[in-house]
Design a protein around this ligand. Structure first.
Ligand code: F6P
Length: 329
């Protein structure tokens, strides 16, 4: 994955896919680490779509001032199905060449990495991926930028819901993000003391949830919280509420947290992770590496092949699934 290149003079950075708190901290780290090493930096606005539209801007140290604490991404983001076509990628590559860019840092999830991987293979740019997604489902890193913030946002919401649920003796279903991944749901379920957690990775166990609620009632508990990831097997949270109502007649209040989880100031943990990974991205490019993602394993910064992080999926550990069930007893 290391290649002989002319000395690195100019790199580009973009954010793509769903935004995640901490992306700004990552952009800041990439820009400042590069400038420190006398490498010029340009930012590509609005992800791969912006690359196709040649929305390329010069980044200076001041361009990333006062952003470490801000959620979202100053470069803007988006999903770009057009980039799946090789003729469009050739347009993007032309824009990069015209701007004098030799290497690209792509911050996002597996779709973002796939685009970067293809650019590297087809057009010879050095590409490094930085994992930024609230879903935490990227192979090769134990944590993604944005996950910790989203998790804490969801947890705060659950704590608040618990207060009102207890006052009114109610059953609540709280839906958290995660179309394909249950990391937020399982972690917030454990941290928030949920009676049951529904995730996309496992079969839904509505009966088990009902048993758990009944057990709680038998020992005097009058309110319960179920956590459901967006992509859990029963469907959306309202479908789950309907199933429970039909089976045992319990009325459940539904609270969909939605995009609240994607915004807000990043936690200290996310800012530090983003700062470390942004810096690591520049270092691996300087070492001549390409087609890699930087991540964290056992609290050490590592690089893994981009191909692996686009083809493999990190799964919620069984240990956490079992723990969530055990603690709800
Ligand atoms: O991938 C991040 C994520 O927030 C998922 O958890 C969620 O399912 C999806 O993006 C929502 O995407 P959009 O903002 O395009 O609706």
């Amino acid at each position: 994955m290391a290649q002989e290149n002319a000395p690195l003079k100019k790199i580009a950075v973009l954010t793509s896919g769903g935004d995640a708190p901490g992306m700004n901290a990552a952009i800041r780290s990439v820009v400042r680490s590069a400038l420190f090493n006398n490498i010029d930096v340009v930012g590509i606005q609005s992800g791969y779509m912006g690359l196709l539209q040649n929305k390329i801007i010069t980044m200076q140290a001041g361009s990333v001032a006062n952003i470490i604490q801000r959620g979202g991404t100053i470069l803007k983001s988006g999903r770009c199905p057009e980039f799946h076509k090789s003729e469009n990628r050739a347009i993007g590559a032309k824009h990069l060449r015209e701007a004098g860019v030799q290497a690209l840092v792509v911050i996002g999830g597996d779709g973002t990495f796939n685009g970067g991987h293809l650019l590297a293979n087809e057009h010879g740019f050095q590409v490094v991926g930085v994992p930024g997604t609230i879903d935490n489902d990227i192979w090769g890193t134990e944590e993604t930028i944005g996950f910790d913030t989203a998790l804490n946002t969801a947890l705060e919401a659950i704590d608040r819901i618990r207060d009102t649920a207890a006052s009114h003796d109610r059953l609540f279903i709280v839906e958290v993000m995660g179309r394909d991944s249950g990391f937020i749901a399982i972690d917030v379920g454990v941290a928030g003391g949920a009676e049951e957690v529904f995730i996309p990775e496992t079969m839904a166990n509505v009966d088990q949830a009902i048993q758990s609620i009944k057990r709680g009632m038998a020992r005097g508990k009058s309110s319960s919280i179920l956590v459901a990831a967006e992509g859990q097997k029963v469907g959306r949270a309202y479908d789950l509420a309907e199933q429970i109502r039909r089976r045992v007649g319990f009325e459940a209040k539904v609270c969909v947290l939605g995009h609240i989880q994607r915004g807000g100031p990043p936690t200290a943990r996310d800012r530090i992770l983003a700062s470390r990974l942004g810096n690591a991205a520049v270092r691996v490019l300087q070492q001549g590496m390409t087609n890699v993602m930087v991540g964290v394993q056992a609290n050490q910064v590592v690089s893994v092949p981009l191909k692996e992080s686009t083809t493999k999926k990190r799964r919620v550990p069984n240990e956490l699934i079992e723990l969530a069930q055990l603690l709800a007893h």
